[in-house]
Design a protein around this ligand. Structure first.
Ligand code: SF4
Ligand code: SF4
Length: 381
């Protein structure tokens, strides 16, 4: 086990439902001068955070999703450099920039280098994704989470995430940056196994493939090798067209849909955060260059909406809720969706795109004792 003592997860009762403070730096420019633009506001935002208490005398892990291949809509290196400097100014013993082991080593091609960022780039689970600590969770098929060793060994965590759409959970930001980004590849696979919502009874199936024809999302696929139906939940919007098209009642909607996956991610985030002492973690989310799919796809598409800004809080549920509220309305900008991608019903833009209610992630964070969705937004000018 780690040399660090596991900190207890904060419970709802501990926070007493008092609104958490979320700082907000708007991308909107009121005056045409450098100090009115986002990098300058970001620096003032960091000055408002208790960086000395969070990072002082600490080995600080700065977790960022560096993307892959020829993607260019991740957080620009300039902002990471500014953040690294503030962490150093706060008296950190050392700071390293980290992400999944294969991604971080390839990130230099996109400008993420020690020279630019001012801190070394370190694989979260060592050079070969084999340095981790086991955390039992015992939820459905998810027996344990393998938390990356270099994350757990750090004294403080700066969770720097980029908000974007995601087919499996509606969106990805602070929770996902931890749950999928601070665990091993094996645990990522185990988390994905929690996805579901449709039940297929092969014994009733006549192999007519009407379900595949009825699916306009390319989610119902025929596995030719096994001669059976397969659901790609990333694309599924739970529209029930396949259920209605089936003449044999071989497909059923089981309810709950993608919620277990979200719950598993919240549990993983909790296991990661509980390795830090209270007051030693902060969550910063960039609501800029918001694309339809995750940065891990290795390419970028045009933004769905105009840039919103940056939010930051010590409360992960609050920062997620604020991120969602600030990106909820409006229609996707022309050219930002794949051709033929139709919107469905939903209360948030990402739900209308991916068919999954993104607020479930906030609800699950609260359910596992990670903060409160009640927040007070404080704008940085
Ligand atoms: S529920 Fe809709 S999107 Fe999902 S597999 Fe069936 S037809 Fe396709
Ligand atoms: S529509 Fe029903 S019976 Fe036909 S292939 Fe699909 S699941 Fe099987």
């Amino acid at each position: 086990m780690s040399r660090k003592q596991a900190a207890p997860a904060a419970r709802k009762a501990d926070v007493g439902h008092a609104p958490a403070e979320v700082l907000f730096a708007s991308a909107a420019v009121e005056r045409l001068e450098a100090k009115a633009t986002l990098p300058a506001k970001f620096q003032r935002m960091l000055d408002r955070l208790p960086m000395k208490r969070i990072c002082g005398e600490a080995a600080v892990a700065l977790k960022v999703h560096v993307g892959g291949n020829i993607g260019f809509t991740t957080i620009p290196p300039l902002f990471i450099r500014l953040l690294v400097q503030k962490i150093k100014d706060a008296g950190a013993k050392r700071v390293f920039v980290t992400d999944g082991s294969p991604s971080i080593h390839e990130a230099t091609a996109r400008g993420y280098t020690e020279e630019v960022l001012g801190a070394p780039l370190v694989g979260a689970a060592g050079v070969s994704d084999r340095y981790f600590y086991r955390h039992p969770v015992g939820y459905k098929t998810l027996e344990e989470i393998e938390v990356c060793g270099n994350i757990q060994d750090a004294d403080a965590l700066v969770n720097l995430s980029h908000f974007k759409g995601h087919g499996d959970c509606g969106y990805g930001a602070a929770c996902k940056n931890l749950a999928m980004g601070c665990v091993t590849q094996k645990s990522r696979g185990d988390l994905h196994l929690l996805e579901g919502g449709l039940e297929y009874d092969e014994k009733l199936c006549s192999k007519c493939k009407k379900c595949v024809e009825a699916c306009t999302r390319n989610a119902a696929k025929w596995n030719a090798e096994q001669d059976r139906l397969e659901i790609f939940y990333h694309n599924c919007v739970y529209c029930r067209h396949c259920v209605l098209a089936c003449p044999k009642d071989a497909i059923k909607i089981t309810g709950g849909g993608f919620v277990p996956f979200q719950h598993g991610m919240a549990l993983a985030a909790r296991e990661i955060l509980r390795t830090f002492q209270p007051g030693r973690a902060v969550h910063i989310t960039f609501l800029t260059q918001i694309t339809v799919y995750c940065d891990c796809w290795g390419f970028s598409t045009p933004p769905l909406i105009p840039d919103v800004g940056i939010v930051a809080s010590e409360d992960i549920a609050a920062v997620e809720k604020a991120s969602l509220d600030l990106t909820r309305d409006g229609d996707p900008l022309p050219g930002s969706l794949p051709p033929g991608h139709k919107l469905v019903e939903g209360r948030h833009l990402m739900e209308r795109i991916h068919g999954k209610d993104p607020y479930v992630q906030v609800d699950r964070l609260e359910a596992v004792g990670l903060g409160t969705a009640a927040y007070r937004l404080r704008e940085i000018k």
